[in-house]
Design a protein around this ligand. Structure first.
Ligand SMILES: *[C@@H]1O[C@H](CO)[C@@H](O)[C@H](O)[C@H]1NC(C)=O
Ligand SMILES: *[C@@H]1O[C@H](CO)[C@@H](O)[C@H](O)[C@H]1NC(C)=O
Length: 507
């Protein structure tokens, strides 16, 4: 026992000390003591094998007792908005007035320092009940979550056992079906869902909202959320750079809004949040995006006006996505999925090759977060007075049947180099949906790349287009609508001062 305490103390100095030789990682088992097992009354046992120990996860205390973690479940339904406590009794049975086994059951699980009464949890519960007749269960483990991160991370394992025990009892005693359960967990709650899923045969779905990174990233699958934990595992990554989240793929479908690292509206100059809330702004955004997806869905109320689907595009990288390389859903719709509640409508789910994909989309920085993507395809004229190669930035204002999308930046990923006779794709994003585009105003600004030989002092800095196509991608499924238009550009105006001009495309 004494040596174990000593070991823990010395391990305390390890986590951020990358000065330790890396081959220590191979022997990280030195931190462990073989397989240690601890059992929790009635809900099961947990083992710490060598695989639990890595440099990034140097200690693995066992969770606190069931009582100390204090997990409890509250069931909300359309018939009962007050909430009814769900509890497995001494006879391994559950007494409930409102649980119905013939409808879907959604469990909402908070994360580190969270609680079941948090605004986003209550908002999600209410939105779910508005959308569907479901059993919505709020999982509160606030006692176990309000401690040092290391211990909260350990406590998640006991919450996982509690959830598996509850669901398996509902299956056995109430005739519920595992496929009709959906766990929605934020941060540590994502990994809780993974632990529960490991112990529920054929669990339907897990949604990981910004799965926690520290202590979980790069760990073996039995330590973290992974695709084997449920029939469908989808995640939303929103804070991979601040350290709360991770960019590691952990699901069948991983969504990366705005690249998944930092969220718009969360930069220090943009937000009204107090400084103490700032670090969690991007991390919490995943909660708000999911809540919005429930009612802004085209599958809710027959896609009545004002619906905005979180259409996401599969792509190799965020940079490629920003460069407009991934803006087609494909004939069969396989390249697009909806982020949030409707991720389960993805047409490729039954095809194993189509799983394990990364999906990208842009969002607004404030509610409503959902917006509209545009595919802009510009063809540079073959014959013109222009240079063989031009380099610069573009912005586009598109006017259509239903609105004006103003000043969409097309080169957020940096100035584009374009050659005569070639076509180039760009991504535009706006909070406004234009429908069929009738005119488009293009702003062009010569922007030389000083590191290449594209410096142009007395040369013609104009961009000459022969054709352009602007497509509103905000419809789902896409093939129902024809919204792309070929536009004929006007002659560009001559530049006075030599740096920028605008021209109009008539579509
Ligand atoms: C520890 O557990 C793992 C898997 O549960 C097993 O493969 C391994 O042999 C065990 N090691 C010891 C020392 O018991
Ligand atoms: C862009 O437009 C050109 C010319 O109309 C066309 O040949 C090309 O296929 C288009 N590219 C994309 C990606 O739509």
């Amino acid at each position: 026992m004494e040596s174990r305490v000593l070991l823990l103390i010395s391990a305390l100095f390890l986590p951020n000390c990358m000065c330790v030789s890396t081959n220590l990682e191979d022997r990280a088992g030195w931190l462990s003591h073989g397989n240690e097992t601890e059992c929790f009354e009635r809900i099961g046992c947990l083992t710490n094998s060598d695989g639990w120990y890595k440099l990034k996860r140097p200690f693995n205390p066992f969770p606190s007792s069931r009582e100390a973690v204090g997990t409890n479940f509250k069931l909300y339904t359309r018939e009962n908005k007050e909430g009814e406590e769900l509890k497995v009794d001494k006879n391994d049975d559950i007494q409930s007035k409102y649980f119905k086994s013939d409808r879907e059951t959604k469990l909402i699980i908070h994360g580190f320092l969270g609680k079941g009464k948090a605004d986003w949890v209550m908002d999600m519960m209410e939105a779910l009940l508005q959308r569907m007749d479901a059993n919505v269960v709020i999982v509160d483990w606030s006692k176990g979550a309000s401690t040092l991160y290391t211990y909260a991370a350990a406590n998640t394992r006991v919450v996982g056992l509690e959830i598996a025990y509850l669901i398996n009892t509902l299956i056995e005693k109430k005739g519920a079906s595992a496929r009709m359960f959906h766990l929605i967990g934020h941060s540590l709650g994502s990994h809780i869902s993974g632990y529960a899923g490991e112990r529920i045969h054929n669990l339907g779905r897990i949604t990981g909202l910004d799965p926690a990174g520290p202590y979980f990233e790069d760990m073996p699958t039995f330590v973290r959320l992974d695709p084997s934990d449920a029939i469908l595992v989808d995640t939303i990554h929103t804070d991979a750079s601040m350290g709360f989240g991770t960019s590691q793929q952990m699901g069948d479908l991983d969504f990366y809004p705005n690249g998944g690292k930092n969220q718009p509206g969360c930069f220090i100059t943009e937000t009204e949040e107090s400084l103490s809330d700032l670090p969690s702004c991007s991390h919490s955004r995943s909660e708000l995006l999911f809540v919005e997806s429930i009612l802004s869905s085209p599958f809710y109320e027959d896609g009545k006006d004002g619906k905005c689907p979180f259409i996401s595009f599969t792509c190799e990288s965020y940079e490629d996505f920003l460069d407009g390389k991934c803006l087609s859903c494909g004939k069969d719709g396989m390249n697009c999925a909806l982020m949030g509640l409707d991720a389960d409508k993805y047409p490729g789910l039954s095809n194993p090759e189509m799983k394990r994909k990364k999906f990208y989309l842009e969002t607004n920085g404030a509610e409503p977060y959902c917006g509209y993507h545009y595919h802009v395809n510009l063809t540079v004229a073959k014959e013109s007075k222009g240079q063989d190669k031009v380099v610069g930035d573009l912005a586009l204002t598109a006017t259509g049947e239903t609105g004006i999308a103003k000043e969409m930046e097309l080169t957020t990923n940096g100035a584009r180099t374009m050659s005569k006779g070639e076509s180039y794709s760009f991504l535009g994003f706006s909070s406004v949906q234009t429908g069929k585009v009738s005119t488009a105003d293009v702003k062009w600004k010569w922007n030389p790349d000083w590191f290449s030989s594209s410096i142009c002092i007395f040369c013609n800095k104009n961009l000459y287009l022969s054709e352009a196509e602007v497509t509103d991608l905000g419809y789902y499924p896409q093939d129902k609508f024809k919204t792309s238009e070929t536009c004929q550009p006007s002659e560009p105006e001559e530049i006075d001062s030599g740096d920028g001009y605008a021209f109009q495309l008539k579509c």
